[in-house]
Design a protein around this ligand. Sequence first.
Ligand SMILES: [Zn+2]
Length: 304
Amino acid sequence: MIGKLISLISKLCMGKNKAIVLCYHSISKMKLDKHLKFIETIFRIETLQNIIEPSIGENRSVQVAFTMDDLYRKSYRAWVEVICKRNVPSTVFIPTWYSLNNDTIWSMKLIRIFDVISMSFIDINKRKINFQNRFKKKEYLDKLIRQFQDSHIQTQELDDICNNLLDYNCVDLMDDQLIVELKELKRDYDRFPLLSIQSHTHRHYKLAFIKREEVEQDVQESLKILNANDLFRDEKRIICYPYGSDRLIGDSYNNVMKYFDAGVVLGKSRLNGSRNYLIPRLGVYESDSILRLWIKIIMFSWKK
Ligand SMILES: [Zn+2]
């Protein structure tokens, strides 16, 4: 009853865009479970494939698709437990290099360092920085991640910098912070027919800062690996651009069109190109309560 009421209010409040793609990165099992239960009561869950190519006929219901990027093992296991085991369709995007090399993306390394250290941090110049309290520490971490992300420093170099920072601060990575291995993905892929595995490129580069040939080489490599491991069903190929922002995507979406049927970004893109290669997604985080998630979905449907 309450579910039906909220569903009706949602429909009335929502803007033009009634197909919403959610994008998760790091998430706990408990939070994901809460989100899923809410979404499945209020909206209709669809595959990303169907949202890209809606079936003929008018569709008045609000559709929501679940996607996850990067696939840090712990969050990915939560995904399998909550989403796949409940037979909910979803799409996950894997950066293949990390999967093959038992490694993780630099931002996860920074998060790990700041989880372990108490109130002092050794920076890249080997200087010791002291924090007055945990809020200041969190503020510093958030700023550092933003700075690294917005900089012209390429992913591979950021990975090296963060490997050094792990060393300087005497911190080890944990297994469940690494990107999930291909054999683990393959096992789940064979078990869950509604799980779609797609490319998050090979090396997770800031695509705007590499040459056209390098972009093509990188995505070709990732597709080759996914194909060789039998991780593609007979379905559309979708690319998830690393970092997902217009600034870091640049015009690379033009260079990948021949390899993919569609592409997804994070947030909404203002780039001028085929809409199927710039599909908007709403970022959802551990800090999102049900109420906040609901408001975010409604706001996103209006956002230009
Ligand atoms: Zn990513």
